[in-house]
Design a protein around this ligand. Structure first.
Ligand code: ADP
Ligand code: ZN
Ligand code: ZN
Length: 814
């Protein structure tokens, strides 16, 4: 009986919804050994070559006249079989395309433009010819003239096929490399060492008299016999590569080429640290993680610990346990707190076993770190949101620090939440999920209360340092007493005190909803973006106004576009205004300002922070980006310029965010020997999120917030789908919205409710009008399934190429 041919099921990367299916392709015999679930392959789709991912292999197909897979693109498949399953799950869960889910999991290098090239291995010329190398003559001819040849180009040479290239690589004659931009992603370094140290003297005597350079090299090795990189050897001895090569050919030296990863820390060694003896609270938290870890079964823990309670030390020791058990760990931290300080704590404990993934790395650097994980060369990955996809195979532990952070939710498709992905993966691996925070999300809090997570509390700060005193200042009172400045009497006195005692202060200004806008004093109009229904923000540095939604920028007009009046002023308090006011009130004060304007360049963030850490400023003034993770011994005062600016955003999480932010900001004060003080200025001191944060009454806040969310039917007490439609034509949009509402409304199960279509909170962005539909379903996960299938069908309904549909789960869209 004839065996059926091997067939790969491939998801092809084509930007159209109709192609979100699995297509069958034949696997040619020569590729059969290297095609796996998770392989990235090249296939012909229609008449064009496309990239796809193999999701499964089988014998035979129901489709006739199959095309063949043209090539397998990577030596090691970028996705593991587990990640393939995760991608399929995500497509289902977030109603997105499978390929979209896959591309979210792999480094950008694999998505964007990059070239694959063939290079000659340096030792290749020492190898005897083989049948294979003779048949690839044409390729070696080209490579003798050029350093590298594009794979595409190589394949056009006579006798060169993907299979031949792979075999040449296996024989060690060539290397296939990837080029991102113009940087090498695989940096290879040749290492040189003596073949036999005791034979060096004799080899030197045997050299002809004129072989000065060769003798120099051997002399060096007789003094320093250890292995050295070729570039360093050449630098030290002034010899040429050819000279070294002749010694290698003579059998005196050995050389070997190895891959060297680019080191993001610039090669600076990190000081090793030892585990600290734990406090009682920390010890029982560690035990709660360690027990299920040892048993190798899924378990989730909410580590609810006040700021400064030593959560990170618990993480470190839990990872240590995972390492002992030969299991791997992922640590997620918000991008903003992925500072060198944080990285140092993990590298200091686990050294080379740690890979770091963050957006400050170049695409190539990121790829290097990712490949260490994929190859099993590291056991710990630390990174922001997307590190949740780290391609480990034996995960034991996933830690999400500051689990309440909104940055764990991806705002583009696939709109996943890292917490949900982490939970899925932890289940799959029988791993332990640790959610750490001083201010958990209401979701996690409610889950912990109802047995969904084990709830572990750290109520004391390490060394028993008290939480800082918090004073709430009513800005309405200040106005009544005639103080029109941004600084209340209390805050002014406290800053004076800090300056007198030569301590440091952190001043916090919430960016969202409190930027400076430009208004006409005559007609009251504010300058609006011509493309969006939102006011423009004033930027002092270059005297422009900008739109934060679409990027539109223009110089500040001299006169009001509405009435022509010249009385046009900027209002509100951006960080620049606060800085000016500070220097006016406290002449000579040294301020470091951190906001979008000052942290735009690579590394600026770290530079500013380390300058502050070294005491080169009295005040660190900034937006959200300074709220968390920072730990400066000199800081004794934290000031919040206006606490309630976030309360009025159209988001059901506004109170929760305000509470979390105030608690986090306050945690920055008095973490060390000197006691800390916090001043919160606000127009609504009686609001529960502000009052309870100021009183450190966490429990009460969660109870009140839970009660209100339940009453108004918001997550986690219901599930939410927000569908956002946008179109450049208002009438067409309205029609599409009504049609969609009718379609969905007629099919929705009885326990679901639909609201809309209504205008989105920002009714127009970038000249596109925006409508939304909101669907609520009972909070149990499976009640979402019918909604998901209706939404999938609904998308096919509206085939207007200008119409865009976005979908979000359990969140709001602007
Ligand atoms: P959190 O993450 O809960 O805000 P950290 O882990 O940053 O707290 O800990 C606060 C400080 O306490 C850090 O400087 C840390 O080194 C120190 N620390 C943590 N645990 C211990 C311990 N068991 N003994 C001594 N110092 C500790
Ligand atoms: Zn005007
Ligand atoms: Zn705009």
């Amino acid at each position: 009986m004839r065996t059926e041919p091997l067939v790969a099921e491939v998801v092809v990367d084509v930007p159209a919804r109709e192609t979100d299916k699995v297509f069958d392709y034949l696997v040619p015999d020569e590729l059969a050994p290297v095609v796996e679930a998770g392989s990235r392959v090249q296939v012909e789709f229609g008449t064009r070559k496309r990239v796809g991912y193999v999701v499964g292999l089988k014998r035979g197909s129901r489709t006739t006249r199959l095309k063949e897979i043209l090539d397998v693109m990577d030596l090691l498949p970028p996705l593991t079989p587990e990640l393939v399953r995760l991608g399929l799950y995500m497509a289902e869960e977030y109603v997105c395309r499978v390929i979209t889910a896959f591309t979210a999991m792999v480094p950008a290098v694999l998505k964007g433009k990059y070239r694959r090239v063939v290079v000659l291995r340096p030792e290749a010329s020492d190898k005897p010819e083989s049948l294979l190398s003779l048949s690839a003559e044409s390729l070696f001819q080209v490579l003798s003239e050029r350093a590298e040849v594009d794979v595409e180009e190589a394949l056009k040479l006579p006798g060169i096929t993907p299979g031949v290239l792979r075999e040449l690589e296996a024989e060690g004659r060539i290397a296939l490399e990837e080029r991102v931009g113009d940087r090498s992603t695989h940096k290879r370094v040749v290492w040189v060492k003596p073949a036999d140290v005791s034979g060096l003297e004799e080899a030197m005597r045997a050299l002809p008299a004129r072989a000065i350079r060769q003798r120099e090299i051997l002399r060096r090795f007789s003094e320093h016999p250890e292995e050295v990189s070729l570039p360093e050897l050449l630098r030290k001895t002034g010899a040429s590569r050819q000279t070294v090569k002749s010694l290698v050919s003579a059998g005196v030296l050995l050389w070997e080429e190895r891959e060297s990863y680019r080191d993001p820390s610039g090669g600076k060694p990190v000081e090793r640290t030892e585990p600290l003896p734990l406090t009682d609270e920390q010890a029982s938290a560690l035990a709660a993680i360690r027990e299920p870890l040892r048993k190798g079964r899924f378990h989730s823990v909410l580590l609810h610990g006040v700021t400064g309670s030593g959560k990170t030390e618990v993480y470190l020791q839990a990872i240590e346990e995972a390492l002992r058990l030969q299991r791997e760990s992922i640590v997620l931290v918000p991008e903003i707190s992925l500072t060198p300080q944080m990285v140092k704590r993990f590298k200091g404990r686990f050294g080379d076993q740690v890979a770091v993934l963050h957006s400050g790395l170049s695409a190539g650097e990121r790829y290097d770190e990712w490949r260490k994980i994929r190859r099993g060369e590291v056991k710990v990955a630390i990174g922001a949101r997307s590190a949740v996809f780290a391609p480990f195979r034996r995960l034991g532990l996933i830690i999400i620090d500051e689990e309440h952070e909104s940055s764990y939710k991806q705002e583009e498709n696939p709109k996943y939440h890292a917490r949900e992905i982490a939970k899925w993966r932890a289940r799959e691996h029988g791993a332990v999920l640790v959610l750490g925070s001083a201010t958990p999300s209401l979701e996690s809090y409610v889950a912990a209360r109802t047995g969904g997570h084990e709830w572990v509390r750290l109520e004391k700060r390490v060394h028993g340092r008290p939480l800082p005193r918090i004073e709430v200042v009513d800005l309405r009172e200040e106005l009544r007493t005639g103080n029109r400045s941004m600084f209340s009497g209390v805050l002014r006195r406290e800053i004076e005190g800090v300056l007198r005692r030569e301590e440091q202060a952190v001043l916090f200004l919430n960016r969202r909803g409190f930027s400076t806008f430009v208004m006409c004093r005559e007609c009251g109009e504010s300058l609006m973006c011509p493309h969006c229904d939102i006011s423009l923000t004033f930027h002092r540095t270059n005297r422009t106004v900008r739109c934060h939604y679409c990027g539109h920028a223009e110089p500040v007009p001299a006169a009001c576009p509405g009435c022509g009046s010249r009385h046009i002023r900027h209002f509100g308090a951006g960080t620049q205004r606060v800085e000016e006011e500070l220097t006016r009130l406290f002449p000579g004060i040294r301020v470091i300002r951190m906001d979008v304007d000052t942290t735009g360049t690579k590394g600026a963030h770290e530079r500013l922070l380390s300058a502050f850490g070294e005491g080169r400023a009295d005040v660190l003034l900034g937006t959200q980006m300074i709220a968390k993770g920072l730990d400066f011994p000199g800081v004794t005062l934290v000031g919040v310029i206006a606490a309630d600016t976030m309360l009025h955003l159209p988001d059901f999480r506004a109170s929760e965010r305000t509470f979390q932010l105030l608690t986090q900001v306050s945690g920055r004060a008095g973490r060390h020997e000197r006691p800390g003080k916090v001043v919160i200025q606000t127009y609504s001191p009686e609001h529960y999120s502000i009052a309870l944060a100021a009183a450190h009454r966490t429990e009460e806040f969660y109870r009140e917030e839970g009660r209100l969310r339940k009453r108004h039917d918001y997550p986690p007490f219901c599930g939410l789908f927000t569908i956002l439609l946008s179109h450049p034509d208002r009438v067409k949009l309205l029609r599409a919205g009504q049609e969609l509402a009718r379609f969905i409304g007629g099919r929705l199960p009885g326990d679901c409710r639909m609201l809309g279509p209504v205008p989105a909170p920002v009714p127009r962005i970038n000249d596109r009008y925006r409508l939304q539909l909101i669907i609520r379903h009972p909070s149990k996960a499976e009640t979402a399934d019918p909604v998901k299938s209706i939404l999938r069908k609904a998308e096919g309904l509206l085939n207007d190429p200008e119409l865009r549909i976005q979908l979000d789960r359990d969140g709001v869209l602007p």
